[in-house]
Design a protein around this ligand. Sequence first.
Ligand code: SF4
Length: 380
Amino acid sequence: MTGRSARRGPDDTGISTRVNGPARPGAVKGWCPGAWRPMMSGDGLVVRVRPRLARIDAAQAAGLADLSEAFGSGIVELTRRGNLQLRGVGEDGHGALLGGLAELGLLDPDPDWEARRNILSAPDWVAGDATERLSQDLAGRLGELPDLPAKFGMVVDAGPKRRLDGAPGDIRIERAASGVIVRADGCDTGVPVENDTAIGTVVALARWFAAHRGEARRMAQLLATTPLSDRFTGVPPAPNGMPEGTLGGVAFGQMEAGLLRTLARGALRITPWRMVLLEGGGALPEGLLPPDDPLLAIDACPGAPFCTQATVETRWLARTLAGRAPSVHVSGCAKGCARSDPADVTLTGRDGAFDLVIRGRAGDTPLRRGLAPKEVPDAL
Ligand code: SF4
């Protein structure tokens, strides 16, 4: 299976701090939308669904397709934290949509629990392995965690092979050469744990973060200035590799509900690579791109008119640039929602034009400024 950077994906866009009801365009940014607290975007509400254990069964997949068409625009997105988003939901349909998600078993009991259940599990877990067991243990002990910043998340990647290197997460339960470690993101090593000490160590590390974080919102950000306690270090994680099996993606993580319904012939594992892994394998279904398709190597946020922060369209340009560089990021504005890592080529929208950044992020100092969209391909 072709390897690729995992730190990419669409549109985990931060939103306002409003607690009840959807966040508004132009509001203060800083937390992640969910199903209970969706984000208002240029095309309506974005309702994010967090699958448990990176899995939706066939009925849930078909049900999500139905809900997307009944209450939204029929567009479903895969995010870089392994979530699903229904776009274009009307405010008046949000309550009924929540009811539908609850019937499918895809709704947390309340908004606070939903916000806490920020767990990314390796998608190729099998019944009884360490990823399955520890993901469930962690989900059952979320109440022991301190208050954490909204985007602070956990990764459980403890199966026989490590899969989620580079996928976003602040505290990571990972496979090491021998056994399992708990590792702080931003530190090269973690502390060895046993089955019965792993979650307690996660809680202790989360508390260490909460006690030391100051203004930091992410673990790696804190570790850039504050040394980690020795009790959380010592052993490096095992090498990483992509899972085997039938893995396919959609450009920019965006698919129509009809494709999701087609895929609902069996259970799906939702990955953080804008791809799904078909449980049970088989041929790659029509509509899914193979992992080495150049379109899957491009990151592009929705841009205008879907995001109110954008002054440029993004995805037509992204399609034009497919294959032009190993990594390309087209961002509607300097926030860079679609990719947090540097890319070989980044185009950042500003006042209806693009700034060109080479080997950097959306907000970095550009090499060229103010390129008209049609000038961009030649400027590369
Ligand atoms: S335009 Fe800016 S705020 Fe909107 S999705 Fe793109 S990067 Fe995020």
